[in-house]
Design a protein around this ligand. Structure first.
Ligand code: AMP
Ligand code: ZN
Length: 276
């Protein structure tokens, strides 16, 4: 089935959003988020783009310029959020400090930081829904990685609709590419001749995700689809077993499993370093 039809079906099946909704697409500048923005615009949805400038040197600069031109060309509103203005530091500093102080890996820290900022800005911009470019390969990696590490519950957000039901304080996050293999998205972006970079994040080295991605290359797309489909089947049972109630983070007020959300824990470590 062609990629655009698959996206349409996933949106419909999971009732992700409608033509009335204000949709914000989280743009990394890569093939996945650029392609989903393009497809949603083509399908006449009310879309805008949101990019966080992570300050990863030339890599971030090129991605930013590419997305500015892309959105201009297709008449899509574009919002740029400056990480240094938000948190006071670029992502490399944040990651190094968290590695040293808490032994947290780079991708975990970056993921938590990005999710918190995206949610903050989606609320600010009054978006009804936040779209990310996560694809079948990403989701498969998340599920298997957490499973192999024994952290099954960390994969709980691996679903086309994160959280499934709305949680006050979180803008609903959705993944229309959930069932689309990365290779097909790459083919699509190349065919459309998007002016984008295809390199991976320069910081994603030596992490467990990178390792998982590498051995997952030996698994066919058909098997990957089976992994995510069966995961979706067991998710409701897992959720029933675990108390997934949210409290309010004492610092930022976002929904949180603990007294303080994971993003504020990170920001606390950074602030303590700055004040030393
Ligand atoms: P990644 O975590 O890099 O695998 O990216 C997963 C998804 O998160 C992408 O498809 C985007 O939708 C979103 N994303 C990643 N990086 C950024 C960024 N710098 N600004 C906004 N959204 C991003
Ligand atoms: Zn918080």
């Amino acid at each position: 089935m062609n990629i655009e039809r698959r996206v349409k079906e996933t949106i419909k099946k999971y009732r992700m959003f409608s033509k009335k909704d204000k949709i914000l697409v989280a743009l990394s500048g890569g093939k996945d988020s650029t392609s989903i923005l393009f497809i949603l615009k083509k399908l006449n949805y009310d879309v805008s783009g949101l990019m966080i400038d992570l300050y990863l040197g030339e890599w971030s600069k090129i991605h930013r310029k590419n997305m500015e031109s892309f959105c201009k060309e297709f008449k899509i509103p574009f919002h740029l959020v400056d990480l240094r203005k938000e948190i006071g530091q670029g992502i490399c500093f944040i990651k190094s400090v968290l590695k040293r102080e808490k032994n947290l890996t780079g991708c975990t820290v970056c993921g938590i930081t990005k999710r918190w900022i995206l949610n903050k800005w989606a609320k600010k911009l009054k978006a009804d829904v936040l779209v990310t470019g996560h694809n079948l390969d990403d989701e498969c990696q998340t599920i298997l990685m957490n499973f192999l590490k024994g952290n099954i519950y960390l994969g709980i957000n691996s679903h086309p609709i994160t959280g499934e039901k709305k949680v006050e304080g979180f803008v609903q996050r959705v993944k229309p590419f959930f069932f689309v293999p990365e290779s097909e998205i790459k083919k699509y972006a190349l065919e459309k001749n998007f002016k984008i970079l295809y390199d991976r994040c320069p910081c994603a080295i030596g992490t467990y995700r990178v390792e998982t991605r590498s051995w997952l290359k030996n698994i066919s797309d058909k098997e990957k689809k089976l992994i995510v489909k069966n995961w979706i089947k067991i998710l409701p049972k897992l959720k029933k077993k675990k108390n997934l109630e949210f409290k309010k983070c004492k610092i930022c007020g976002d929904p949180s499993r603990g007294e303080i959300c994971r993003a504020c824990e990170i920001f606390n470590v950074i602030n303590n370093i700055k004040n030393k």
